[in-house]
Design a binder for this molecule. Structure first.
Ligand SMILES: *[C@@H]1O[C@H](CO)[C@@H](O)[C@H](O)[C@H]1NC(C)=O
Ligand SMILES: *[C@@H]1O[C@H](CO)[C@@H](O)[C@H](O)[C@H]1NC(C)=O
Ligand SMILES: *[C@@H]1O[C@H](CO)[C@@H](O)[C@H](O)[C@H]1NC(C)=O
Length: 462
């Protein structure tokens, strides 16, 4: 027979243990999505909600998490970040590019090439001020920079993993595109520097901003070689003014006569009916007015042809969709694909991130850089030369010589690998948002990243 106090103590321990167990499972349970409006039935779990990154300022980042379609426990965890700066990973990344569903006529249709076939996909609207992410102190929006973004993203990840502890030991990858050429390497670097215990295996960045002058000044040749500008206008760009100058002058409101003239020529010859983020694709006619305003910016707003971004915007602005996602609008009237409140430090655009890629390679982290080859905003030619130069500086020998790669029976692009750790690839027929226009090819590339294997070098034999 056990004594009364001992029995009481035993009961108490049991109660406490039970509480700990339920609180562990219920941490993420509150974020679980029952079903999204108009969604076809699926077998995987979805979650969405907020992670507070600053308690005092009430700053919180919104995420959407789609578990892998099968065997999530054994699949990698992948974080995706869109660029801008200021554009939404949930809107652009998940709903337009590679999430499980795409909006269509007030409903959602299954995306056959969703990246959650291969991995557990975590989409985060970052920094605060983007999409459903917010800061209760609005002054925060007045000055945001790369350093703040990287720090908030790290805090986000640490806390997210406390809510989803079952993913702590999975292989981890950080991916993104465009201005995420800053976010992704900077977050990876912070993880390495702070020795945070993530199982970080690799990063991937698509059409990334890596080095301002090289990236912007490769535009002229791209326009010219694709027939968008004339021989004489091209000559202007190699003699009197270039695109990085135009950008600087435009943002400091001090246009020189020669650059204003050059910009006028380009604008006239290209016109408003070409999507510079995918020069071979048709445009969404109803967003043309918006597109004209967006020219000369790095933002991804303009990149839509079949009006998928407009449909995404309409979908995410529905009350019942926001409720299903556990999302709220704080101090903004509408959800928009790129933030209308955020003022990002323009100086940061000129900070090269290519040296960070070098550091990551030296730490043994796989670095995969890819380019949709129809994008004129961050053209493949600039990116390819930057990666090539980095490989030389690091003393990495070519382990896969420049060659075509295949998806199915067709050439899906070209690739080169250095030292089995630094990879470059183009995606043929893809724009700035590669998985949007080339979903199948992009999925093959994603698989190659996760498995650390070179892209297929031949069509499958029949
Ligand atoms: C709001 O944010 C600004 C900028 O981050 C900061 O300087 C200020 O102290 C904050 N206000 C309060 C009340 O915390
Ligand atoms: C906000 O969204 C609603 C519903 O989609 C739309 O009718 C309205 O015009 C939008 N307002 C702004 C300011 O964009
Ligand atoms: C790269 O190739 C050169 C020439 O073949 C060789 O001397 C060098 O050791 C190689 N470097 C590495 C890191 O394999």
């Amino acid at each position: 027979m056990i004594s009364q106090p001992l029995a009481m103590a035993a009961t108490l321990i049991l109660v406490v243990l039970a509480q700990i167990c339920t609180s562990v499972t219920s941490l993420s349970e509150a974020d679980k999505i029952t079903s999204l409006p108009g969604q076809p039935p699926v077998k995987f779990n979805q979650y969405a909600g907020y992670i507070t990154v600053d308690e005092n300022q009430h700053r919180a980042l919104f995420y959407y998490f789609a578990e892998a379609e099968s065997e999530p426990a054994s699949k990698p965890l992948v974080l995706w970040l869109n660029g801008g700066p200021g554009c939404s990973s949930v809107g652009a990344g998940a709903l337009v590019e590679h999430g499980p569903f795409k909006p269509s006529e007030n409903a959602l249709v299954k995306n056959e090439y969703s990246w959650n076939r291969e991995a557990n996909m975590l989409y985060v609207e970052s920094p605060a001020g983007v999409g459903f992410s917010y800061s209760a102190n609005e002054s925060f929006y007045e000055f945001v920079n790369d350093e703040i973004t990287a720090r908030d993203n790290l805090v986000f990840l640490q806390r997210w993993l406390t809510r989803f502890p079952e993913y702590k030991s999975n292989d981890f990858f950080i991916t993104g595109e465009s201005y995420a050429g800053h976010y992704v390497p900077q977050l990876a670097q912070l993880i390495v520097q702070t020795k945070t215990k993530f199982n970080l295996k690799g990063i991937a960045i698509g059409n990334p901003l890596l080095e301002f002058n090289t990236d912007l000044n490769s535009r002229a040749e791209f326009y010219w070689s694709h027939g968008l500008i004339s021989d004489s206008t091209y000559k202007v760009f190699s003699t009197t003014c270039n695109f990085s100058q135009i950008w600087r002058q435009y943002h400091s409101e001090t246009p020189s006569v020669s650059c204003a003239e050059a910009n006028k020529l380009v604008t006239r010859e290209i016109g408003n009916f070409v999507d510079r983020y995918d020069v071979t694709l048709d445009v969404c006619l109803s967003s043309i007015d918006k597109q004209a305003q967006m020219l000369n910016q790095l933002q991804e707003t303009a990149n839509i042809d079949v009006c998928l971004e407009d449909e995404t915007s309409a979908y995410l602005n529905r009350k019942e969709v926001q409720e299903a996602l556990h999302a709220k609008l704080v101090r903004v009237i509408n959800w928009s694909i790129c933030s209308e409140v955020l003022r990002y430090d323009n100086q940061n655009l000129e900070v090269p991130t290519i040296p960070i890629l070098g550091e990551l390679v030296k730490s043994g982290i796989q670095v995969f850089v890819y380019s949709g080859d129809q994008d004129s905003v961050v053209p493949l030619t600039g990116t390819r030369s930057l990666v090539n130069k980095l490989a030389k500086e690091l003393g990495l020998n070519t382990t896969v010589p420049y060659r075509a790669w295949f998806e199915g029976r067709q050439v899906a692009g070209w690739t080169q690998v250095y030292g089995n750790i630094l990879s470059f690839a183009t995606i043929r027929g893809a724009g700035h948002e590669a998985p949007f226009s080339q979903p199948e090819r992009s999925l093959v590339l994603f698989r190659s990243l996760l498995h650390g294997k070179p892209l297929p070098d031949a069509a499958p034999s029949t």
